[in-house]
Design a protein around this ligand. Structure first.
Ligand SMILES: [Zn+2]
Ligand SMILES: [Zn+2]
Length: 353
């Protein structure tokens, strides 16, 4: 054994305890990563606040966190393309690489995936060290920080949404919801040349952030009829692409009224109980395509390249950074101040740049 590390363990709903855990052993095809930063995701907040997501309930101590970035401190003997000292973004889902989905490249659909902090998996990234398959650790170029490495995970979701929609250069898009996933979807679409992006939310703080990150227009749905506003902004025809990231029944219903005839709706946000109404006749009469998004696949290298090229100001997504010892406060801030927080990140290593 090589000593112990600190882990933030959720022994009961809504509370972290620090425990000492053994630093993981490294398998031949793995690397050991000393974590610098780990983002708090919406799913972490749900599990922390409610103790369940959908039908999956927390029934034993759990370590949350699945958005890690850090530095390699050890490599397994079969690892040839990464070395000690490399800074990496860690893709947190480990697929089986054997099933039909993995074999066809759609490994995000792998039924045997081991994904950190996603039940039934109760191991997560709010720890000082992770051992992880080398082929799911992506080296960061010199001009990309490990903070941005941690943010690659949500950005990958945004890119997957943008790519799934089939968005074209010069088109128009509406994004419902200006939380983290709404914002990263916007950044991905912008980097792909979508020229007009309208962002809709209920909270003005969030809308202001969307504007500062490059939204073409914002609509406050609390003060306006957002369908009418979107139609006005698109000169009556609606947008080519509509992205639903808010996960509310109201916004899901509105998507069909905001999309152009023949356009595409992409559903990203979960609703609380999974149920939502849509006007099917309207969808049919207007030949609207509905796409869905589950996590991401084959995105990290592209996302890292886009950030390295400077076309995505990813760092600006991180609104709050808390030290590991203050993870309880960071999580509570993220949960209770949703209007102020776009992404709360935990600095695991106090010396991280
Ligand atoms: Zn996440
Ligand atoms: Zn598989």
């Amino acid at each position: 054994m090589k000593g112990t590390m600190k882990a933030a363990v959720m022994n009961q709903i809504g509370k972290f305890d620090f425990e000492e855990r053994p630093i993981p052993e490294v398998k031949d095809d793995e690397v050991l990563v000393k974590l610098d930063y780990v983002g708090i995701c919406g799913s972490d907040m749900h599990l922390f606040e409610d103790g369940y997501i959908g039908e999956n309930h927390v029934t034993k101590p759990m370590i949350l966190g699945h958005e890690p970035g850090g530095v390699i401190v050890e490599t397994g003997k079969d690892v040839t393309d990464l070395k000690v000292g490399d800074r990496v973004a860690i893709e947190p889902g480990i697929p089986c690489w054997k099933c039909e989905y993995c074999k066809s490249g759609r490994y995000n659909l792998c039924p045997n995936v081991y994904f950190y902090a996603s039940l039934p998996v109760t191991e997560g990234a709010f720890v000082e060290y992770l051992s992880h398959p080398a082929n799911l650790c992506y080296r960061l170029p010199d001009n990309v920080s490990t903070l941005e490495g941690a943010l690659m995970e949500p950005l990958a979701v945004g890119f997957h949404a943008a790519l799934q929609s089939g968005a074209q250069v010069g088109s128009t898009a509406v994004i419902l919801g200006a939380g983290c996933i709404g914002l990263v979807t916007m950044l991905a679409l912008k980097s792909m040349g979508v020229s007009t992006i309208i962002v809709v939310d209920l909270m003005q703080n969030r809308l202001n952030r969307a504007l500062s990150l490059g939204a073409t227009s914002i609509v406050n749905a609390k003060e306006n009829d957002s369908v009418q506003e979107v139609l006005k902004l698109t000169h009556g025809g609606g947008a080519d692409y509509v992205f639903e990231t808010a996960g509310s029944e109201v916004t899901i219903f509105q998507t069909a009224k905001m999309v152009k005839r023949g356009g595409t709706i992409t559903l990203v946000g979960y609703t609380k109980d999974g149920i939502a109404k849509m006007n099917v006749n309207w969808l049919i009469d207007n030949e609207i395509t509905i796409k869905t998004v589950f996590r991401y696949r084959n995105i990290y290298p592209k996302a890292i390249a886009a950030v390295a090229n400077g076309i995505i100001p990813l760092k600006k997504i991180a609104s709050d950074i808390y030290d590991f010892k203050d993870i309880q406060a960071g999580m509570e801030h993220a949960i209770h101040d949703k209007d102020k927080v776009s992404k709360c990140v935990i600095r695991i290593n106090p010396d991280a740049q």
